[in-house]
Design a protein around this ligand. Structure first.
Ligand SMILES: O=C(O)CCC(=O)C(=O)O
Ligand SMILES: [Fe+2]
Length: 271
């Protein structure tokens, strides 16, 4: 737990092994993703996402939130979602536990602490090989509008996280290992103790890269604000309460200024 806390405070990202997700589920999701993306374009366009739509085939959105399955691709995605949900809950308590937060401190987690109304979405990202990777963008730098994101990347590197003083750092793919990153809402909940890590995906010169992001968030209309246990006179709340729904709207409008737009500035008169 200490190591998780340290990783959350410093990098806002860590990799998790022995996570309990069956290798065969990971492999099958990867091949389901591959076969979907390798369908002829005409076929994929039949499932095109409308401009206002929430699911379907399309270019990546920076602040994705799909309340439904992205593809009706059958069992493996459903199975993946089910397993990820269990892992996400465990990770939440591990991360919150390292801040000394327990079930009683998070009312919306429910009496059993199972985050019953939590919302999540699976997003498949496809990055075709690019002969001139420096001239192309995979996924532009962003933070996730989630509590946390669990990312499976096939064995092709591309994910980079940013940390002041270090610059962009590659998160190497390790077999059977998942990347966990803090999203903006956990950043708010932790009153800024856990940074939502800025990250991006680069394209690969010779290899097709695929990643599967499990985007985990709270019930859409619950007010998320710094946990009262982390707030006192010397640590005033840094953010105002915001629902996930509201935050996604803010993110769509202000993108990288979203987090600062919900920041309280009473103690930042010169900022
Ligand atoms: O493909 C990756 O490694 C990153 C994906 C990502 O950041 C996202 O889906 O939010
Ligand atoms: Fe992301």
């Amino acid at each position: 737990m200490e190591l998780v806390g340290h990783a959350c405070r410093t990098w806002g990202v860590f990799q998790v092994m022995n996570h309990g997700i069956n290798t065969s589920v990971l492999n099958r999701v990867e091949s389901a993703g591959k076969s979907l993306f390798s369908l002829p374009i005409q076929q994929k366009l039949k499932a095109a996402r409308s401009p206002e739509g929430v699911s379907g085939y399309g270019v990546a959105r920076i602040s994705p939130f799909f309340p439904k399955l992205m593809w009706s691709e059958g069992d493996v995605i459903e199975e993946y979602e089910k397993e990820m949900k269990i892992l996400a809950r465990r990770l939440m308590w591990l991360m919150l536990g390292s801040l000394d937060i327990s079930k009683e401190d998070v009312k919306w987690a429910g009496p059993k602490g199972d985050f019953k109304g939590a919302n999540a979405a699976v997003q498949l990202n496809s990055y075709p090989a690019c002969p001139e990777p420096d001239r192309a963008m995979g996924l532009a730098a962003h933070t996730d509008s989630t509590l946390l994101t669990i990312l499976y990347q096939n064995n092709t590197s591309g994910l980079e996280v940013h940390r002041d003083g270090y610059g962009w750092v590659t998160v190497p793919p390790i077999p059977d290992t998942l990347v966990v990153n803090i999203g903006d809402l956990l950043h708010i909940l932790s009153n800024g103790l856990y940074p939502s890590v800025l990250h991006r995906a680069m394209v690969n010169r010779t290899r097709h890269r695929l990643s599967v992001a499990y985007l985990y968030g709270p019930p859409p209309n619950v007010q998320i604000s710094p946990l009262s246990k982390l707030v006192d006179l010397t640590h005033p709340p840094l953010y105002r309460p915001v629902t996930w729904t509201e935050y996604l709207g803010t993110k769509a409008k202000y993108f990288d200024k979203a987090l600062s737009s919900v920041r309280l500035c009473a103690f930042n008169r010169f900022g």
